[in-house]
Design a binder for this molecule. Structure first.
Ligand code: ADP
Ligand code: ADP
Ligand code: MG
Length: 681
């Protein structure tokens, strides 16, 4: 076995790989870029070496320096994690040429599988069903028209070198094809320095099903079941589960057989994933093979009770697989949610900032793989994945409710994340029923509408949590003023019941608190509904609160500002305004802050790097016209004009990094729109 392994990655996956190394008694060495100096993967490593600047190209993609570092530090193997250099055959070759072990497949298999077109040809030769299409580079637009007509509309344009959903374009009709093709080419050229695009039929309403395989270097190939990853945004997974409701025993045996055969044909060893889409008619098609450890591997570990990273390391060290197919036992159900630094209410744009407070959920059957802690800086340089929360249960519903509970208690302050969004998704009735497709989010959470009208019972629970916290804080305040004692210790006696009025959105709930606070037993009435509430270990200064309501325990996250309490529960986020009945009468006369709207400036919607400025000072622009292009966390997006008018001043230039809400462009006083647009023409 290796004495030490270098982990050529960062974030949650570096931390996760380290855990297994340390468990196996292997020294875990890691690399980091300048900006990551205080990050978790550096602190938890046995040894960490700085590799140059913050840009991925200088650090985590710097193959020469990484191999050199491994040699200098006496490491015997390199684990690439996922992303970065994990699927780079040249990197794998450099490592083996240097006499080290690459913890992943052989370079030859990676070459065969790394290219989506070549791997499809390989699959087709092996009798694996592939999506009908033209799996060769499209030469020109005329050819594209003819191909699309032959394949059948709608079609999907895909970059051959693609990954992470980049550069893909659905084309519904003929007149969209030319512009979609050139946009796809542009994006893939920038992202992968390759502009080969191919075309296949767009399968409508499919599910994404993948098979985890694992193979040793002695010819043994086995599978570890399927994962369903249909819940995606921008063709990227955010929620995964295993097994899949859509896969019965017959389908499972077909898909796993095909996946293992493909791995054998490619001369594959180590862990890998064969991805398929499954049409509503039950037909499945090969998409691609990911020649690496997958982001969502923890759910497979939870149902098989195996450590995939340990298997990877043992295989790379030359050991045979420790079990045969029939010895793999699948138990229960597991679901994972990816926690990302992104803003679901703004089209999932990446967010940045500093984690100022951090509290992980914990408990039986809950697993959190996280790369962050309080103090972590989330920057524009890397992927937005912060952590993964996975839950296990004996059946799907048990796993789901455990995951809901875990997400309710995952507190991350300082940056906007998708925690409550993924929670809203798994609370959606269609998810509960297992009615999934890759269009799930578009269908059920269009635009910023993730905040649907909430379940009223959930809303009343949140009201209870908010009122209790408010009441405690108020009473403690009064007590402390009365006796001039420090704010510690017991809860003031509740002499009689207390009434409050809670305003949340369009609802006004009368609330009555009663009961015996000494025994932590309360009787709470919300809008005529009565609840028995127990407040175990109430810590009023905490952002998390556990309540036992009618016998079952629930976790809430809360932020408070006087009588305004923002509560987070089951994906519902609401502001609760709490009044005494007398205050409520006066509420309409109280002053409220109103969001200020300025129309003569263009504010930056997200942090990033300006890659292009498409206007000049003095230009007349239309509302919605693209003015600036920004690159952030490996994505490029355009910033459109918020108004019609003249560009008075441009405050940024290409190459500059910008922050959210930074003013990019100032416009002159908007004139009467009609007259000015005539003039502009
Ligand atoms: P998976 O099926 O495991 O999610 P993806 O293709 O989505 O596979 O990519 C895995 C991870 O690697 C994701 O977090 C993705 O954003 C990241 N990733 C993809 N491409 C790159 C890249 N070129 N550089 C760095 N990270 C990448
Ligand atoms: P990536 O390298 O970005 O992971 P994939 O080929 O694996 O690219 O596809 C990613 C996702 O895009 C799939 O999970 C699926 O949601 C969607 N997709 C890919 N091909 C098709 C297709 N032919 N029809 C419909 N959806 C597709
Ligand atoms: Mg894929």
């Amino acid at each position: 076995m290796f004495g030490s392994v270098l982990i050529a990655n960062r974030g949650e996956i570096a931390v996760r790989i380290m855990k297994t190394c340390q468990k196996m008694g292997i020294k875990a060495v890691t690399i980091f870029s300048e900006i990551d100096v205080r990050s978790r993967h550096v602190q938890e490593a046995d040894d960490a070496i700085c590799i140059d600047g913050s840009r991925p190209a200088d650090s985590y993609l710097n193959a020469e320096r990484i191999v050199e570092t491994a040699l200098n530090r006496g490491c015997e193997a390199i684990h690439p994690g996922y992303g970065f250099l994990s699927e780079n055959a040249h990197f794998a070759e450099m490592i083996t040429n240097a006499g080290l072990a690459f913890i992943g497949p052989p370079a030859s298999a990676m070459r065969l599988l790394g290219d989506k077109m070549e791997s499809k040809a390989l699959a087709a030769r092996g009798g694996v069903p592939v999506v009908p299409g033209h799996h060769q580079p499209i030469l020109g637009i005329e050819e594209a028209y003819a191909l699309a007509d032959a394949i059948g509309w709608p079609i999907l344009l895909k970059p051959a070198a693609g990954g992470g959903g980049r550069g893909m374009r659905i084309v519904m009709t003929k007149d969209e094809l030319a512009s979609a093709l050139s946009a796809a080419r542009d994006e893939t050229r920038k992202a992968f320095a390759d502009d080969r695009i191919f075309m296949e039929r767009y399968i409508e309403n499919p599910r994404h099903i993948e098979i985890q395989i694992i193979a040793d270097m002695h010819g043994n190939v086995i599978h570890l079941g399927e994962r369903e990853c249909s819940i995606q945004r921008r063709y990227q997974k955010i929620i995964e589960e295993t097994p899949s409701l859509a896969v019965d025993a017959t389908l499972r045996s077909k898909m796993t057989e095909v996946a293992c055969n493909l791995a054998r044909e490619a001369g594959y060893s180590n862990a890998g994933t064969v991805e398929f889409i499954l049409g509503p008619d039950g037909a499945f098609y090969f998409l691609e093979m990911n020649a690496r450890l997958q982001v969502e591997h923890p759910i497979t570990e939870m149902v098989t009770n195996l450590d995939l990273v340990e298997l990877q390391i043992r295989i790379a060290a030359g050991e045979p697989l420790p079990m045969q197919q029939k010895q793999v036992a699948f138990k229960g159900w597991a679901i994972e949610a990816r926690v990302c630094a992104e803003d679901p209410s703004k089209g999932f744009v990446p967010t940045t900032g500093m984690v100022t407070r951090y509290a992980l959920p914990s408990g039986e059957n809950i697993r959190v793989d996280s790369g962050i802690q309080a103090g972590s800086a989330i920057t524009i340089y890397y992927d937005s994945l912060l952590a993964k929360v996975a839950a296990w249960g004996t059946n799907r519903e048990e796993a789901r409710t455990t995951l809901v509970k875990a997400l309710n208690g995952y507190h991350i302050e300082g940056i906007t994340t998708n925690v409550d969004f993924v929670n809203a998704v798994i609370n959606h009735p269609a998810f509960v029923n297992g009615n999934l497709s890759t269009r799930f989010i578009d269908e059920h959470f269009s635009g910023s509408e993730f905040d649907r009208e909430p379940n009223l019972e959930h809303l009343r629970y949140m009201t209870i949590a908010s009122v209790l916290v408010y009441h405690f804080r108020q009473s403690l305040m009064k007590e402390s003023l009365k006796h001039m004692r420090p704010l510690v210790g017991g809860i003031p006696a509740l002499k009689e019941s207390h009434d409050y009025v809670v305003n949340v959105g369009d609802h006004v709930f009368p609330v009555r608190l009663g009961g015996d606070p000494q025994t932590h037993n309360w009787n709470v009435t919300v809008d005529g509904h009565e609840y028995d509430v127990i407040t175990p270990e109430f810590e009023y200064y905490r952002r998390r609160l556990v309540l036992r309501i009618d016998g079952s325990s629930h976790m809430f996250r809360l932020q408070y500002d006087e009588n305004h309490i923002k509560a987070f529960f089951c994906g519902i986020v609401r502001l609760f305004e709490i009044y005494t009945p007398a205050e409520w009468k006066l509420a309409p006369y109280m002053l409220r802050n109103r969001e200020e709207i300025t129309e003569n400036e263009l504010k930056c919607p997200m942090p990033g790097l300006v890659t292009a400025v498409n206007v000049n000072e003095g230009d007349y622009v239309r509302k919605g016209q693209e003015l600036i292009r920004l690159e952030s966390m490996k994505m490029e997006s355009s910033v459109a004009s918020p108004c019609e008018g003249t560009v008075e001043r441009i405050l940024v230039s290409p190459g500059q990094t910008v922050d959210t809400d930074e003013v990019l462009i100032l416009f002159g006083t908007p004139a009467s729109p009609a007259g000015r647009s005539e003039e502009a023409r």
